[in-house]
Design a protein around this ligand. Structure first.
Ligand code: SIN
Length: 526
């Protein structure tokens, strides 16, 4: 059982700052919320763990889905989202996403985001499980970087206060109300208190818990861990999405090869050179992600290979170069000419469908604490996220948080409370780097795309063994991250062992079928 705080501190001894909105995270969800709050007259501070641009948003390739095409409609987008979500999407959350999404994307364009165009207007591609071409992209395959650029520039222009290298250690919660956060300023190695009327978690996901993943180094699940310690509800933690096609080449990083590559017609071949998706699903290479992932892993096991291949060699080289300049360039750095060489790929952890439970306006179970983007779970993605819905989710629910809270802030004057924790033991003298490595390997092996009761039990024994760390204080970020990763890994494993069926991103070899009686959410609270 974790303690309430991770470090010994007393807020009376610490420097303090105050703002109406304290926003944690600087990806699309955090920065868009910051701009919306500022635009509505709020005063805002953004705290971010590393540099402002070090986010999952910046790495997103494929694009942002929105029903903007002539033959498309929010109701078609809704249908595709719900089918992908495998019975667990919240209808109203999906309706909000698909109906408000186009307006939010147009706002991004007004803010200066430059998407790609073709002779018909905004260029749109397809990705897995989409019935329409509705994915907008920028600079071919660098959509996230363009969105990150434009939001960062606007935030800087407006002189919104951004504190980089600020690691949020814990939420300051009393009587189920959030009053602010305890942060650790990595530049000066010291703690600081940020008080806010509204605290917004936009801290992203947890991909870094898995040895093989597509996420930036910041994605260690901190937002979920701090919210859970503060007794917020978390939901759907068993649902982790693995991306089917991640570069798997000795010496190269696990670089994402966008699903849009398959959307433009690339084939998956096994190590014998055979195209295998026709044996697995009618939608072939564009089947839902979980199905493509399992098909790849089955082919790898059957052929004894550690990878399969993404083959673009039958496609027009000019189109490839133009659509995927970033992928072309990165592969060529590692000696691959993707016009001639099939790309070796394997699945990797990519996205978390679950997270801190919120309602439709981003409010968590703690008053004053809101969440949006990957860290949040309002049920919009169900058990399996539809490709390219995540950037949109950050915009729509970030916008909703601001619309909701401007009202609430008018008459809200929080009490000035002080917070302290002074009873944790000394720092534990263990090798945290080694522990982290063990955790990452375990998560891939036992809590990955194929799970079993025995494997999950083994992982829970591991978390149980290390739970004594919750009684020790921690005063450096690397150790805090590992403790958060243990906390969040345990939540994923606990939810996965509880759900005795397979659905969306959660697959149990010992319970391979989907059952109606499990069409419900698993919610945890400390
Ligand atoms: C991709 O480009 O394949 C990733 C898009 C996503 O995960 O939504």
């Amino acid at each position: 059982m974790p303690g309430k705080y991770m470090s010994n501190f007393d807020s009376r001894d610490l420097p303090q700052e105050e703002d109406e909105y304290i926003i944690l995270g600087s990806g699309i969800a955090g920065l868009y919320t910051a701009l919306a709050a500022y635009g509505a007259g709020g005063s805002v501070t953004v705290l971010t763990k590393c540099s402002m641009m070090n986010t999952s948003t910046d790495k997103a390739q494929g694009g942002i889905a929105a029903a903007l095409g002539d033959s498309d409609s929010p109701s078609l987008h809704r249908e595709d989202t719900i089918v992908a979500g495998a019975g667990l999407c919240d209808d109203e959350a999906v309706a909000a996403l698909v109906n408000e999404g186009p307006k939010r994307v147009k706002e991004l364009i007004d803010l200066g985001a430059i998407f790609d165009y073709d002779s018909h207007g905004l260029a749109m591609t397809r990705e897995g499980a989409h019935s329409q071409r509705r994915i907008l992209h920028a600079s071919g395959d660098a959509t996230g970087a363009e969105i990150q650029r434009v939001l960062t520039e606007r935030v800087r222009e407006k002189k919104i206060r951004v504190r980089e290298n600020h690691y949020v250690v814990d939420l300051l919660v009393w009587n189920n109300t959030c009053y602010g956060v305890l942060a650790f300023d990595r530049d000066i190695n010291s703690f600081k208190v940020y008080r806010g009327k509204v605290v917004v978690l936009a801290t992203g996901g947890l991909g870094r818990l898995f040895e093989f993943n597509t996420n930036p180094e910041i994605a260690t699940g901190d937002g979920i861990a701090i919210a859970f310690r503060a007794r917020a509800e978390v939901m759907d933690m068993e649902f982790i999405q693995f991306h089917p096609t991640v570069l798997n080449l000795p010496g190269a990083p696990p670089f994402l090869i966008s699903e849009a590559v398959r959307g433009e017609g690339a084939y998956l071949r096994n190590s014998e050179g055979l195209r295998f998706m026709p044996r697995y699903h009618d939608l072939l290479e564009l089947a839902p992600r979980d199905i493509v992932v399992r098909a790849i892993l089955e082919e790898m096991a059957r052929t004894g290979a550690s990878k399969v291949y993404l083959d673009l060699t039958h496609l027009d080289p000019e189109v490839i170069r133009k659509r995927f300049p970033n992928i072309t360039r990165t592969c060529s750095l590692y000696g691959l000419d993707i016009m001639v060489d099939p790309i070796p790929v394997a699945p990797a952890a990519h996205y978390m469908m679950g997270g801190v439970k919120t309602n439709l306006v981003g409010e968590t179970s703690i008053k004053g604490l809101y969440a949006c983007g990957e860290v949040a779970c309002q049920g919009v993605h169900g058990a399996n996220r539809l490709a390219s819905n995540s950037l949109l989710d950050g915009l729509v629910f970030g916008g909703r948080i601001v619309e909701e809270t401007r009202q609430f802030l008018k008459d809200y004057h929080p009490r000035h409370l002080e917070f302290a924790c002074d009873w944790l033991l000394e720092p534990a003298k263990i090798d945290f780097a080694d522990l982290r490595k063990k955790l990452e390997v375990l998560m891939c092996a036992k809590v990955g795309p194929f799970r079993s009761g025995d494997g999950l039990k083994e992982s829970l024994d591991f978390f149980d063994y290390w739970s004594f760390l919750g009684r020790h204080t921690t005063d450096n970020v690397e150790q805090m991250e590992v403790k958060n990763m243990l906390q969040v890994g345990e939540l994923v494993a606990e939810a996965a062992i509880t759900r005795r069926e397979s659905r969306g991103g959660h697959y149990r070899v010992d319970y391979p079928d989907t059952h109606r009686r499990w069409q419900k959410h698993i919610i945890f609270r400390r």
